[in-house]
Design a protein around this ligand. Structure first.
Ligand SMILES: Nc1ncnc2c1ncn2[C@@H]1O[C@H](COP(=O)(O)OP(=O)(O)OP(=O)(O)O)[C@@H](O)[C@H]1O
Ligand SMILES: [Mg+2]
Length: 233
């Protein structure tokens, strides 16, 4: 189907749909998961490719942005396989790459969407090996700045097992949501992803089991998702 015939996410996303209900539940859970002050920034990752990170990040961002008066920003930090500019139909550049590369201020990379409370920083120019970009102080400065200006920040990222970027980003984000694909992500692989995050001291808030056949993601607190302290690390 060509682009003009495809429905945009703004048309597809229906506040009354089951997925919207699930997303509100997810948001409520991850925001208050540990009973401490509400979380305001979330990194969405998965063990491997194609498990639904960008989908969950996008729907979550749309859900959050509908809460009145809450300034929301979604960031495409998957510089290897950027997708959010397509999903939200905004220009791809300049974006996070240009910020990380010191070319522009993060506030200059922000794009409007048709939803007043929702802004986006797309991935920016294509770069072959972006890993080193996430290692420096500039990454911290970028995220500190956007967290200052926005109430809620949602970050779509690369998968955690093959790529170190999400682990590095997790240090400046309140919490991480791990997306698993129902019936596809093997248990040992999801445990490995969980352990990478925990070893990096990331605050793992929960697991979303993305069920493609049901078109419904389900949220679980990872502590109750069949992981025990005895699992091999
Ligand atoms: N619950 C779902 N129901 C139907 N289709 C889905 C669902 N979740 C994801 N998809 C589709 O599966 C494909 C992969 O999803 P998505 O791009 O969100 O995954 P990803 O983890 O971000 O992938 P990548 O690792 O390539 O960044 C997309 O075409 C998306 O539209
Ligand atoms: Mg993606």
């Amino acid at each position: 189907m060509d682009k003009d015939q495809r429905q945009t996410i703004y048309e597809i996303f229906d506040q009354e749909s089951p997925i919207a209900t699930e997303m509100r539940r997810l948001y409520s859970n991850i925001r208050h998961v540990d009973g401490r002050s509400p979380k305001r920034s979330f990194l969405i990752t998965s063990a491997d490719r194609g498990e639904g990170k960008s989908t969950v990040a996008s729907y979550l961002a749309l859900t959050v942005a509908r809460f009145r008066g809450r300034k929301s920003l979604v960031v495409d930090a998957d510089l290897r396989k950027p997708k959010l500019h397509e999903i939200f139909d905004v220009p791809k550049e300049p974006g996070l790459f240009e910020c990380l590369n010191g070319e522009i201020d993060p506030l200059e990379a922000i794009k409007d969407t048709p939803i007043e409370n929702l802004k986006i920083i797309p991935a920016g120019r294509r770069v072959k090996s972006p890993a080193h970009l996430f290692e420096g102080d500039i990454m911290t400065e970028i995220f500190e700045k956007i967290k200052f200006y926005y109430d809620i920040v949602i970050v779509d990222s690369a998968p955690i097992i093959p790529v170190s970027d999400p682990m590095l980003i997790s240090s400046v984000i309140d919490g991480v949501v791990l997306v698993l694909l129902a019936g596809r992500t093997p248990r040992n692989v999801s445990i490995r992803a969980r352990n990478i995050l925990l070893d990096a001291n990331a605050n793992l808030l929960g697991v979303v089991v993305n069920n493609m056949s049901e078109v419904l993601p389900y949220y679980y607190d990872y502590r109750y998702y069949g992981y025990t302290e005895d699992d091999e690390r």
